[in-house]
Ligand binder design. Structure first.
Ligand SMILES: Cc1cc2nc3c(=O)[nH]c(=O)nc-3n(C[C@H](O)[C@H](O)[C@H](O)COP(=O)(O)OP(=O)(O)OC[C@H]3O[C@@H](n4cnc5c(N)ncnc54)[C@H](O)[C@@H]3O)c2cc1C
Length: 465
């Protein structure tokens, strides 16, 4: 009997201009790989689109055949939503065109772009798009979920910098969403993830920027908890041009780390100043006067280098598991719990990431976009990173245990892009008072829940879930 995937392949093969890859094809294995080896799957068909018409035909055909469909931009979904077993992957990796309108400080990028594709096109013209901190991350997944990184405090979330989307809907039609065209969809796409359609183009604001001041240092022993407390107390008053992140981790065995610190728990500080270096100097002086940091460096770095600087810490093909949440205020007990957990972390590559949002992101009104909570500025992300499948259970248990300890002090809510695949029950928590409106928009634009491999917002009346 012909399977739905065979039917899909047959209906596409004479019209599809990109590549249709099935499990026995040469390119299938490399095309099918996603970033997180923990969520590796075997799709029945990978449709690598050559253009927007391909996206339309494959969406139409898959909807008609009722085939489970994943959409893939960069393939960095921690939860594994950009692949599936036996179904279809719509692979957008050939759609990475980026254009810059330098007069109007605007840009456009296609739905398969990586953060690095955007930076590579905008930086030669002296512009930056506020995105995330690892250049091999896909831009679509990141922006549709919200998107934060080094420029968030100064310029807002990535989704706050989008002026329009071009979207292929579940029936294969194309619509635009902006403040004046389909404004409900425009609202939902800014934080509501991949629930509504395949975004084939983003029109965005760009900001003049060529370089930043980057300071880094490591704190050990009692200074670890001390520096987190200082950071917590300092950030609410910090200027928007300052971004100070702290990662609790095991110091790597690297030549930048003093030999006596390697392999020990540390608080690894990254401080970015965006603007005139002289104006930023007093802030960096202050931060590095706290405690007794070692391996302190301060330099001006091209923005492109900053964006690529941590790429190797999160390579493709390792095993990752994450849990995340917000704090309105961070209490001493939670800080102690994190520091204590570091002593028993199973993998030296694992991080407890601490970031403070606030700034421009917090000044956007709650109802303006679908993005979750903007009022809880402290974001914590526990990200376990290891390579051996035999160590899955230990690493997952470490993250879950620490999360359980911290959870009572957290504010309800979670950033959808930092969720793992076993957290379906937290999706309403992520959107809270925006949930009903999101369900309304979903019910209108995707009533059969064709786009369901995501932090799913089920439509009101649905045929397939
Ligand atoms: C190494 C690493 C670093 C990260 N750093 C940051 C960071 O600094 N800041 C931050 O905010 N987040 C960060 N994240 C989280 C990141 O935002 C999410 O993992 C995001 O989903 C990645 O996007 P992607 O396009 O690679 O995802 P994919 O895995 O390709 O897709 C993820 C989801 O988006 C949907 N989707 C993808 N493309 C489209 C499209 N064109 N139209 C509609 N739906 C689409 C998919 O259906 C899927 O549900 C990071 C993740 C990783 C793995």
């Amino acid at each position: 009997m012909k399977s739905a995937i065979d039917g899909l392949f047959a209906s596409l093969k004479n019209q599809f201009r990109g590549d249709l890859l099935r499990p026995l094809d040469d390119d299938y294995a490399s095309a099918g790989a996603v970033w997180n080896a923990m969520v590796a799957r075997s799709p029945g068909l990978i449709a690598r689109c050559a253009d927007v018409r391909d996206v339309q035909s494959v969406v139409r055909a898959a909807a008609a055949e009722g085939v489970l469909t994943a959409i893939r931009c960069g393939g960095h979904s921690l939860a594994g939503f950009s692949t599936c077993d036996g179904g279809l992957v719509i692979d957008l990796s050939r759609l990475r065109q980026v254009s810059v309108d330098d007069e109007n400080h605007r840009g456009r990028f296609a739905g398969g772009s990586l953060l690095g594709s955007i930076d590579a096109a905008t930086q030669p013209q002296g512009f930056a798009f506020p995105s995330g901190v690892i250049s091999h991350t896909g831009a679509s997944g990141l922006v549709l979920g919200g998107g934060f990184g080094w420029l968030t405090r100064l310029h807002g979330l990535s989704c706050d910098n989008v002026g329009g989307f071009t979207v292929v809907l579940a029936d294969g039609s194309i619509v635009r969403a902006s403040a004046t065209e389909n404004p409900d969809l425009f609202w939902a796409l800014r934080g509501g993830g991949g629930n509504f359609g395949v975004v084939t183009e983003f029109e965005v604001k760009l900001h003049p920027l060529r370089s930043v001041v980057l300071g880094a240092g490591l704190c050990v022993d009692d200074d670890i908890a001390g520096i987190v407390r200082h950071w917590r107390d300092f950030m609410p008053e910090a200027p928007d041009r300052l971004k100070w992140n702290v990662n609790l981790r095991i110091a790597p065995d690297s030549e930048n780390v003093p030999a006596e610190v390697r392999g020990r728990p540390v608080a690894s500080e990254f401080v970015i100043w965006i603007g005139d270096p002289d104006e930023g100097r007093p802030y960096l002086d202050h931060i590095f006067s706290l405690g007794r940091p070692v391996a302190v460096t301060r330099r001006i770095v091209p923005y492109l280098d900053l964006q690529r600087s941590a790429d190797n810490e999160f390579p493709h093909g390792r095993r990752y598991y994450t849990k995340s949440g917000y704090f309105k205020s961070l209490d001493d007990r939670s800080i102690e719990q994190m520091v204590q957990a570091l002593a028993s972390v199973p993998s030296p590559a694992t991080l407890i990431e601490l970031a403070y949002l606030g700034g421009a992101a917090a000044r956007v009104a709650a109802a303006e976009t679908a993005f979750g909570d903007r009022t809880s500025p402290f974001v914590i992300n526990l990200i376990a990173n290891w390579s051996d499948a035999a160590e899955d259970a230990t690493n997952i248990a470490w993250v879950r245990n620490l999360f359980q300890e911290l959870r009572p002090a957290m504010t309800p809510g979670v950033y959808v892009n930092f969720m793992s695949g076993d957290e379906d029950d937290r999706v309403p928590e992520a959107y809270r008072e925006r949930w009903d409106r999101l369900v309304e928009v979903k019910s209108h634009y995707d009533p059969n829940n064709f786009f369901r491999l995501n932090q799913n917002i089920p439509p009101r009346k649905t045929g397939k879930q």
